[in-house]
Design a protein around this ligand. Structure first.
Ligand code: FES
Ligand SMILES: [Fe+2]
Length: 415
């Protein structure tokens, strides 16, 4: 079996740097395995669940860090813990439910039982039967706890890391990203609904796609036709100091007809479409500074999205080198009026698996996967907006956040 250091031997990033991404990174099994170690078990904060998912004491939810199954629990005293969902006996999943109520977790295989701090509390037939069999004298529950995961709670989100090198979350995010995430997720959150979709592409194609401010105005024709998010609105891109995380934002009311849109290539700018029910786009001003659309990415796999009043969290989970599960959680605030809640629910149709944007992004990422898998020695060309990866508050006609992602990725992977 090659180890991760042997992988780097025959893999070299193109000399042009982050303006080129070797297609191999989307289909190479060894690179995918190395990512599990260096990124998902490395110095990164990973989304585990929402704080509101653990709404009561003695509740647990399951999730993933990369391909590692995890459990997040709120114990009887209200304290949150996270551990690997892998029994200390023979490695079976301990919790099989998405959400479990109860003060213990019992593995179905041989009934080893854990408390919500992850400590082993009971072993069936520990003393054997009729004085025969059972565990040896030196067996101690204390040595067989579930593997603990370091956690932090920020902006209503429970994050976890396997590394003690991961800096505190606010430092990890940087000042601007921490403030923006805090403001998007502020207030008492309420889950309005959730769903998931399997997309047939490498997880990094989705990470690129959500940082790619250049495509939204072109691929997402609904956005352009109905002037929800277009490059001819004021907006910008903010990159964190590490370049791993990005925020793109736009302001609908600043839209002015722009000469570049007269170009026939922006075909949807000329659509003569009309909504059967214009209520879909009915919205109220909610964000500061006139922002009406924002996409915030938190490396490695989290997105916080605000489209008009539709607040959602997306998480894209790697499920193999060419398969990703995309989770969508649509959110409201407990303080919302019924009218505000119904506006948020209606606007969930703008995105989501049965909506417009998710369908298009799911397709386009798979088109890239299919187009590139037989060309592992070739690379993409990412020079829109230049070669750098700095914030740009003047234009979103740039791939700066995509280059920033690859800059951060290369640093973590040692490429
Ligand atoms: S594998 Fe869990 S009790 Fe045996
Ligand atoms: Fe998109």
């Amino acid at each position: 079996m090659p180890n991760s250091s042997s992988i780097t031997h025959d893999f070299e990033w193109p000399q042009e740097g982050v303006t080129r991404v070797p297609y191999r990174v989307f289909s190479d099994e060894q690179i995918y395995q190395a990512e599990q170690e260096k990124i998902f078990k490395g110095p990164t904060w990973n989304y585990l669940c929402l704080e509101v998912d653990l709404d009561e004491v003695n509740t647990s939810v399951t999730g993933w860090i990369g391909e590692t199954p995890i459990i997040v629990s709120r114990d009887g005293e209200g304290k949150i813990h996270a551990f690997v969902n892998r029994c200390s006996h023979k490695g079976a999943l301990v919790c099989l439910e998405k959400k479990h109520r109860g003060s213990v977790l019992t593995c179905v295989y041989h009934a080893w039982t854990y408390d919500l701090k992850g400590k082993l509390r009971g072993v069936a037939f520990r003393k054997g039967i009729h004085g025969s069999g059972g565990m040896p004298e030196d067996f101690s529950e204390d040595r067989h706890a579930l593997q603990a995961i370091r956690i932090t709670v920020f902006a209503g989100i429970v994050f976890g890391t396997f590394s003690d090198q991961t800096p505190p979350i606010q430092e990890y995010l940087g000042v601007e990203a921490a403030e923006f995430l805090g403001s998007s997720m502020q207030g008492d959150l309420k889950v309005l609904g959730r769903h998931s979709q399997i997309i047939h592409n490498n997880w990094k194609l989705y990470a690129e796609n959500v940082r790619d401010t250049y495509h939204a105005t072109l691929l997402h024709t609904f956005y352009t036709s109905f002037k929800i998010n277009r490059l001819d609105m004021d907006g910008g891109i903010l990159l964190s100091p590490s370049k791993l995380h990005a925020i793109s934002y736009s302001k609908k009311r600043t839209w002015t007809e722009n000469a570049e849109y007269a170009d026939a290539q922006v075909h949807s700018a000329k659509y003569e479409s009309r909504l059967e029910n214009p209520q879909l786009l009915q919205a109220w001003d909610e964000r500061p500074h006139g922002i009406t659309h924002s996409i915030q990415t938190v490396f490695p796999t989290l997105v916080s999205q605000f489209t008009l009043n539709s607040l959602a969290v997306r998480v894209y989970l790697p499920k193999g080198v060419d398969k990703t599960e995309l989770l969508w959680i649509f959110l409201g605030k407990k303080s919302d009026t019924l009218e505000q809640e119904s506006i948020r629910v209606r606007q969930a149709n703008l995105t989501g698996a049965a909506g417009l944007v998710a369908l298009e992004d799911g397709c386009i990422n798979e088109f890239v996967q299919r187009g590139t898998r037989s060309a592992s020695e070739q690379s993409s060309f990412i020079e829109m907006g230049g070669h750098g990866f700095d914030s740009n508050t003047a234009s979103r006609a740039t791939e700066t956040a995509v280059r920033g992602f690859w800059h951060g990725y290369r640093g973590l992977m040692g490429y």
